[in-house]
Design a protein around this ligand. Structure first.
Ligand SMILES: CC(C)(COP(=O)(O)OP(=O)(O)OC[C@H]1O[C@@H](n2cnc3c(N)ncnc32)[C@H](O)[C@@H]1OP(=O)(O)O)[C@@H](O)C(=O)NCCC(=O)NCCS
Length: 292
């Protein structure tokens, strides 16, 4: 690069662009490729750039579908240079079917019934998983990723549900076809809880993504396999010794996820007491199906 170009790049890089001059858009194919190259340092550790790009390209082919909005890479760009490959930061969204359960009645303070007994409305809604939030080192700590996450609310959610601070951020981003109807979105944070919690839909540093009822289940295959053998009768034990478990194939995995979906819906629609009676029936107290 010539010294002149280097100087231009350096001055651009040290510039902090006003947030109102920026907007969020779905990446062009060239911007998608550039975002895949950029994330090699962070998420391609132990892989050559080539291997990382190959994996990204395979994933991209798998995720991209004819359904608009199912998988999208977003970039934060200057309003006057939408196609730039020098975009400021990027992220991805994955659309999912979701189930929302809303409390229909605010419970009176002196209502002695458990919270799960309040009337609830359960609906099928649109949800988004958010991933791969990334700012290259040269653009970090200038508020770009925070601004992109704040703008993201305004392309995912119905515009009628949020107000947009035009005085600070200029005109709202264009909502591409297929977006603008989300009820929920979620993400997993590698950078703690504060950053995303501060990225709400307005200028205040709150109202963003917060940690809620986090639960994780880890299935340890070896331990499960040993438990399975112990619980089997002698004959079956002999039959299973050679191959005590089997991998789920794609169809079986689909079936298991389908059952899980039904269980999730049940959990939202049934009051807890009913679940306890239904799942606990015929089981020993404290068995895995006993809901405490
Ligand atoms: C996290 C990241 C996207 C932030 O981008 P950015 O454009 O610099 O973000 P902003 O300028 O809007 O905000 C910076 C703030 O993010 C938070 N932050 C950034 N990295 C952080 C980290 N590793 N741990 C905790 N907080 C972090 C800090 O609050 C920081 O403010 P500070 O520098 O004053 O402490 C960027 O650092 C990045 O790409 N990191 C590598 C990839 C990554 O970890 N992505 C997040 C995946 S969940």
């Amino acid at each position: 690069m010539s010294p002149e170009n280097e100087a231009t790049l350096a001055s651009f890089n040290s510039e902090v662009r006003p947030l109102s001059s920026l907007t969020i858009i779905p990446a062009t194919p060239e911007q998608v490729f550039e975002s895949q190259k950029r994330t090699h340092d962070e998420w391609g550790k132990g892989q050559t750039l080539e291997a990382h790009l190959k994996r990204e390209a395979n994933l991209y082919q798998y995720l991209i579908s004819s359904e608009p909005a199912k998988f999208t890479v977003w970039v934060l760009v200057p309003r006057d240079d939408l196609q730039t490959l020098d975009f400021l930061c990027s992220c991805e969204t994955h659309r999912h079917a979701a189930i929302a359960s809303t409390n229909l009645a605010d419970r009176a303070h002196d209502d002695p019934s458990p919270p799960s007994w309040s009337p609830r409305q359960v609906e099928d809604v649109t949800g988004y998983g958010i991933a791969s939030v990334f700012t290259p080192k040269r653009f970090r700590r200038r508020g770009y990723a925070s601004h992109m996450m704040r703008l993201l609310h305004h392309v995912l959610a119905p515009p009628s549900s949020l107000s947009f601070p035009v005085a600070y951020w200029g005109s709202p981003p264009v909502i591409p076809p297929g977006f603008g109807s989300a009820r929920v979105s979620y993400l997993y944070s590698d950078v703690g809880r504060k950053f995303y919690a501060s990225c709400g839909p307005g200028i205040e540093e709150d109202g963003g993504w917060i940690v809620q009822s986090a639960k994780s289940i880890i299935w340890e295959v070896d331990a499960l396999s040993r438990a399975l053998i112990v619980n089997l009768g002698q004959d079956s034990k002999a039959r299973m010794q050679d191959r005590p478990w089997r991998w789920l194939d794609e169809k079986a995995l689909g079936d298991v996820l389908g059952l899980d979906g039904v269980a999730c819906r049940d959990e939202l629609t049934q009051p807890r007491q009913a679940q306890r009676e239904r799942l606990g029936a015929g089981k020993k107290p404290n068995s895995v199906c006993d809901i405490a």
